[in-house]
Design a protein around this ligand. Sequence first.
Ligand SMILES: *Cc1c(COP(=O)(O)O)cnc(C)c1O
Length: 424
Amino acid sequence: MSLTRDDLVAMDAADPLKRLREQFALPDGTIYLDGNSLGALPKATAARLHRAVTDEWGRGLIGSWNHAGWIELPRRVGDKIARLVGAAPGELVAADSTSVNLYKVLAAALAIQRNGRSERRVILSERSNFPTDLYIAQSLALQHGCELRALCAEDIPAAIDAHTAVLMLTHVNYRTGRLHDMASLTRLAHDAGALAIWDLAHSAGAVSVDLNGAQADFAIGCGYKYLNGGPGAPAFVWAHARHAARLEQPLTGWMGHATPFTFSPHYEPAPGITRFLCGTPAVLAMLALECGVDTVLAAEPLGGMAALRGKSLAMTRVFAELVESRCAGHGLELVSPRDDALRGSQVCLTRAEGGHAIVQALIARGVVGDFRAGDPQVSDILRFGFTPLYLRFADLWDAVEHLRAVLERGEWREARFQHRAAVT
Ligand SMILES: *Cc1c(COP(=O)(O)O)cnc(C)c1O
């Protein structure tokens, strides 16, 4: 029996997480299916930043580094993010960008391998990994005399061998929404003597992650996607405690020093993950990130990440089902896995023609998704992200009805939807 809008309204009424939406300042008339690219604005953020600017900076001036706790922010916010990804307090810091943190952990992993088995020269990754991850790996491969091998997801397990120095994967693929099995791939890497780095950009706050349970070596992730930290929010970095005493990271700035305020001319790394800090934290951005992370932690009394994951899976399942039933015959193809165990928090579609224009026509109707261009090896993607914190099931029905209208009326062929902006 096919779903009706009333069924979805009933699901919203029964949703134990429904009140979490009140934490967000969402514009009326918008169905926001792009929280995987830029999370929505928490209501608390503007007031928190106003207080930080006028009181803490304006009146407190430099004393706020101590009195307002600014200097502790990378660790304080890090401890909060740790709760979402299966890490312990003191194991994770918020800092820099995802790209920069990947540079640090990949260099640290290669340094560990260099100290041991020098025949390991391969950084193994996925061909459709997010480009910045591949670019950073290309640069480090050159510097370390290594080679980046980027393969299709299916070919990766068999390619992990005695030459693999580091397995570097993004947990949820940004193009397809496919979720890797972190525990089993990490085990394969370890069995072959390799280290495993996980990029949690599309996982933190969206899917259940257990870094310690999986025995992962390093992880990084993004603050402005499902963590709702705001545009360009600081990212985060984690290392397993077994590496803490022997981590060499290349960006040896003073905030990673054991005692930054002794102003010693000699670098001495701080114990543990603090050595992954480089320079002075961006305080205002860090406070906005904390507000965003708090919106996810607000789910803890309601079942936490497991409950959010349950709702997210129900949402992606319903959305894919509605697209296939209500938009049948319009050439859309589901790219994301149907199997819940293999799907992150997004639904990706492809179409032979018009993908970008269809997304633009949807945005004009208030349904915000995004478009990721393909190349000869991967198809164009119409991408829809599902944030269980603020989406309602009825939104899914309405979004699919807009998609159907855009396709049935050929609206996407209009000239105004053909332009490509700088950011897609
Ligand atoms: C979003 C994303 C990034 C973003 O990196 P920035 O340094 O913040 O630009 C990196 N990697 C992956 C896999 C992402 O999805």
